[in-house]
Ligand binder design. Structure first.
Ligand SMILES: Cc1cc2nc3c(=O)[nH]c(=O)nc-3n(C[C@H](O)[C@H](O)[C@H](O)COP(=O)(O)OP(=O)(O)OC[C@H]3O[C@@H](n4cnc5c(N)ncnc54)[C@H](O)[C@@H]3O)c2cc1C
Length: 318
């Protein structure tokens, strides 16, 4: 019998989250894809989810799902899974999904494999691929109690429009008032120019080799000139030079641009884990033995403070 695969699908301001749409591609490969949307979503949002391959959308449209933190979502999902157990529930690696899934594992008393990049059936066993650093991947086999919960990294799959139309089923679970404890009072959208990091075709990232926070402006200038987005290593995020939303790597964002320019970045495995899928990698580093050069398609041995402004100027004039 075809496996039933739920995708916990985030919808914010009537836009389905790209990571959730990516997981519908995986869900269709594993069995029958069903989306679970808890919170307001208009007809266009639901149509988009169907268009991306959900055969069924379980929709709980109560505004309180969006107004409160993860507790009512987790409680409803646990009740739904208890009554109508799917084989798998997939979550994207977003902060909200982490909040929901951690509560759900406790309620269902099942395990969770997080940070995965692939999921496939081998007979009835579910094999989940998880990266350990940049070079090594592990495979975890799940054959215990269901549903199997897996949280996947963004961009592990492409979101595909397949032209489908989903059957929308109302979620028939009453919200338990005791779960309405922590309310979201304000959402602040960080102002940014240009494409966001996950969607950018060109990324220029800076590392500790920039020397001091003010020099990150060189990275931003080059990114802007190329029509791309600026990224960063954890070293300079931890140092407070740029916000965490810029961090690329194992504990930051996974990116897959056409061009990735690494400026003053050593190439630690935790950074490489987030950008090794880039099509072309250009590295600028004054140390000819920096590990980043092993990965780079084009390496420039030199001082970033000299090379980056020259590059920006050349590109502006070309
Ligand atoms: C659990 C864990 C998770 C982590 N997650 C991440 C993550 O998500 N993302 C991440 O990036 N890191 C992560 N790290 C940190 C990672 O191990 C490295 O410490 C970090 O990536 C190093 O950043 P960097 O390349 O900017 O700095 P450094 O390693 O200090 O490298 C600086 C480079 O700049 C070069 N340089 C110096 N001056 C110049 C100059 N003037 N011109 C040109 N080149 C110059 C140097 O030769 C050197 O190669 C993680 C670490 C751990 C333990």
């Amino acid at each position: 019998m075809a496996k039933r695969v739920w995708v916990w699908t985030e919808v914010t301001d009537n836009a389905p989250h790209r990571g959730s749409l990516e997981l519908l591609t995986l869900a269709r490969a594993l069995g029958t894809a069903e989306a679970v949307v808890l919170g307001p979503a208009d007809a266009d949002a639901l149509a988009s989810i169907g268009n991306h391959g959900a055969a069924v959308i379980h929709h709980g449209d109560d505004a309180r799902y969006a107004e409160y933190l993860a507790e009512p979502q987790a409680a409803t999902l646990a009740t739904m899974a208890g009554a109508d157990a799917p084989d798998i529930i997939l979550f994207s690696s977003t902060p909200s999904a982490r909040d929901v899934v951690s509560r759900l594992v406790a309620k269902l008393d099942v395990g969770i494999i997080a940070n995965a990049t692939d999921v496939a059936y081998d007979g009835d066993d579910l094999r989940v691929t998880v990266p350990w650093g940049a070079e090594t991947t592990g495979t975890v086999t799940l054959n215990g109690s269901k549903p199997h919960l897996v949280q996947l990294r963004p961009k592990a799959f492409a979101a595909e429009e397949v032209g489908g139309q989903a059957e929308v089923k109302a979620v028939d679970v009453a919200i338990d008032d005791s779960t309405l404890r922590t309310r979201v009072v304000e959402n602040v959208v960080e102002a940014s120019e240009g494409p966001n990091l996950e969607d950018a075709a060109i990324i220029v990232s800076g590392g500790r080799g920039l020397g001091q926070p003010e020099n990150y402006a060189l990275v931003e200038e080059l990114a802007k000139t190329l029509g791309g987005a600026p990224g960063a290593t954890r070293a300079i995020v931890d140092a407070g030079w740029v916000p965490y939303s810029h961090q690329v790597g194992q504990t930051g964002k996974t990116v897959k641009p056409t061009l990735y320019v690494a400026c003053g970045i050593s190439g630690a495995i935790q950074h490489i884990a987030g950008m090794k899928g880039s099509k072309y990698i250009v590295a600028i580093n004054r140390d000819p033995d920096a590990p980043i050069f092993e990965l780079a398609d084009l390496g420039i041995v030199g001082d970033v403070l000299t090379v980056v402004p020259k590059l920006t100027e050349q590109l502006r004039n070309s």
